[in-house]
Design a protein around this ligand. Structure first.
Ligand code: 5GP
Ligand code: ZN
Length: 114
């Protein structure tokens, strides 16, 4: 997607401090962190929202969840605990329309979220 922010970070057209990457996804720190650890995991495939997933994405989603725990381990938040979030569409608070998982930790999370 030519005008997609995360596609531009994926293609290195825009800078991003990518600290993890594999054949299916990349991970980098959120530019506006909401917690001491705030990582975005972004699939290489341009999928706009959760609503655009299909059966063909089952393995990708499983992989992304495994990467969440891998990154939580790398960032030392696995044991104290952390939160993973996917925002979907305007009422869900989505701002960038390329599917991504937020991984947040390093502080006590509250519930319900805002
Ligand atoms: P959403 O609201 O779509 O779930 O989350 C988008 C996230 O992307 C936000 O937390 C926002 O801070 C982050 N973000 C927006 N632009 C950039 C950018 O250029 N670089 C990085 N690293 N994060 C960004
Ligand atoms: Zn994209």
């Amino acid at each position: 997607m030519s005008n997609c922010l995360f596609c531009k970070i994926l293609s290195k057209e825009l800078p991003g401090k990518i600290f993890y990457e594999d054949d299916l996804c990349i991970a980098f720190d959120d530019i506006n962190p909401q917690a001491p650890v705030h990582v975005l995991i972004v699939p290489r495939e341009h999928i706009p929202t959760l609503n655009d997933l299909n059966e063909g994405h089952r393995d990708l989603l499983g992989h992304l969840c495994m990467v969440v725990t891998k990154i939580a381990g790398m960032k030392k938040i696995k044991d104290p605990g952390f939160r993973m979030v996917i925002n979907c569409n305007p009422a869900g608070g989505q701002m960038v329309y390329h599917l991504h998982i937020h991984v947040m930790g390093g502080r006590q999370m509250s519930w319900p979220p805002g």
